[in-house]
Design a protein around this ligand. Structure first.
Ligand SMILES: N[C@@H](CCC[C@H](N)C(=O)O)C(=O)O
Length: 328
């Protein structure tokens, strides 16, 4: 079969978007899993952090299903939702839409460019759940905000939140960021372990100055990525709960792939986060594959968009800021 693919990224967190609205592919669950493993492989002709299957929804403008590079399905993907949001907005010629995800239907809207002329979208990150059973995390307590987990470290403090995919967050200093502590912990909690039966996305966060944080994430099902949208949203939320930042104010979130902006809303009985950042198209490709051996796919053609060059200006700006604060 032939499949049309759009390679895109949000903060350098890159995806292969497959449009099942305009094309009828009829994938089985096994096909989706196998496609993610085969096409996301960085040694293959494509390579990505995940696949965004964009489908019809019976109650929203479209539906997004996200598969990590290892073939596991994620309940949510913030950077991916901006890419799917842009794609569906352009398809339906709308500036505001609702996208069904695994556990929630979320609003996406076109936003003012975050930097120069970069296509920018704002996505709703919700629901926010603190109950450890929502991650799930096995610990003898209900919530975990800035506390020790003795099995992981005798010094670091962690917070756990599901948005609704699971995140473990620690605010650290420069030296911890430079060491391999994060990788060691992340590999442990994403292998067979008693604490996180389904694994967890692990972020180390450094406060740069008020209103600015740096977030690096080891993603469940992928490994270190340039950025993780739900992790940056969760980290912004925790920074407000720890009084480093303020609710209802912009937080500039730097990452290894650039920068996004988050605004944390404190509602009567819940929290909600706006994740605002780029949705950049890299290229369109057509591949030919045999469903039984997707790893042997052939690239039929590929045509690049020229918008990545504008994104690189943001990357350069963000890298300078990160270098100044983290290496200086
Ligand atoms: N990169 C994503 C999150 C993708 C899913 C994650 N790896 C998981 O398994 O929960 C984002 O931008 O939020």
């Amino acid at each position: 079969m032939n499949i049309q693919i759009r390679k895109c990224h949000g903060s350098g967190n890159d995806f292969l978007l497959i449009d099942e609205i305009s094309s009828q592919y009829h994938f089985s669950e096994k096909d989706r899993q196998n496609l993610a493993i085969a096409l996301c492989d960085r040694k293959s002709l494509l390579g990505a952090d995940g696949i965004l299957f964009t489908m019809n929804s019976d109650h929203a403008d479209a539906k997004m299903r996200v598969f990590n590079a290892d073939g596991s399905e994620a309940s949510m993907c913030g950077n991916g939702l901006r890419c799917v949001g842009r794609y569906v907005c352009e398809l339906l010629q709308k500036d505001e839409i609702a996208i069904e995800t695994m556990k929630a239907t979320l609003l996406v809207s076109k936003a003012e460019p975050i930097f120069n002329e970069i296509p920018t979208y704002c996505v709703e990150i919700s629901p926010v759940l603190f109950s450890l059973s929502a991650l799930p995390m096995n610990m003898d307590k209900n919530h975990l905000i800035n506390e020790k987990i003795v099995e992981l470290s005798d010094q670091l403090l962690f917070s756990a939140v599901a948005v609704p995919n699971p995140h473990l967050i620690s605010f650290v200093d420069k030296d911890v960021l430079r060491a391999n502590t994060q990788e060691t912990i992340a590999k442990y909690v994403n292998g067979p372990n008693p604490l996180f039966p389904d694994g967890v996305n692990v972020s180390f966060v450094k406060e740069l100055e008020k209103g600015e944080i740096f977030v690096r994430t080891y993603e469940r099902g992928v490994g270190f990525t340039n950025a993780c949208g739900t992790a940056m949203s969760s980290s912004s939320l925790i920074s407000c709960l720890l009084s480093m930042n303020e609710f209802e104010s912009s937080i500039e979130v730097y990452n290894n792939g650039g920068k996004v902006r988050c605004v944390v809303h404190k509602l009567e009985d819940q929290y909600k986060i706006d994740l605002i950042g780029n949705a950049t198209y890299i290229y369109d490709a057509e591949i030919k594959l045999d469903r039984l051996n997707p790893e042997l796919f052939q690239l039929i053609h590929q045509s690049s968009f020229d918008e990545q060059k504008y994104y690189e200006e943001l990357e350069t700006y963000a890298n300078k800021r990160i270098e100044k604060v983290l290496l200086g």
